[in-house]
Design a protein around this ligand. Structure first.
Ligand SMILES: [Zn+2]
Length: 146
């Protein structure tokens, strides 16, 4: 299986006042995270209240867009907008800043896919003022040392 030439759909996400800035940034090619100004937690998913200490004192900051595959699976049975694009890779990526986010891995050969693989963010435009953050191998054809 290869996702090298894969074309995944990019359905527009629901946007609310808590996520508006996040999605606007994705359209500009930037991945934002929130940080709690009281306890220092990095917050995922985007929201107004810190899930660790319930503080409302949070701020946006630009994430590096880099991380590692924490877990992944090959999905052979897409639903809805994904019905005709299987197989595709569904994964959790652990960002360098800490949060683990559910996403897709694109542009990877079977041999590249592994837990711990370094990845970097790419953005797939939804055409509706947002883009979906997905990840590709950060070092194509280079395998992490075990
Ligand atoms: Zn906090």
């Amino acid at each position: 299986m290869s996702t090298q030439d894969q074309s995944l759909p990019a359905p527009a996400p629901p946007v609310n006042p808590e996520t508006k800035e996040f999605w606007a940034a994705t359209a500009a090619g930037r991945l934002l995270l929130k940080r709690c100004l009281d306890c220092g937690s990095v917050i995922w998913y985007p929201r107004a209240i810190c899930p660790a200490c319930s503080s409302l004192h949070t701020e946006w900051f630009a994430a590096s867009g880099r991380g590692r595959v924490y877990s992944y699976t090959l999905n052979y049975r897409g639903e809805g907008a994904y019905q005709d694009c299987a197989p595709f890779v569904l994964a959790y990526v652990e960002l360098d800043e800490g949060p683990r986010i559910m996403t897709n891995i694109v542009g990877a050969d079977d041999i590249d896919l592994a837990v711990g693989l370094p990845v970097e963010v790419v953005f797939h435009d939804t055409g509706d003022g947002s883009a979906l953050p997905r990840f590709r191998p950060a070092e194509l054809r280079t395998h992490p040392a075990s």
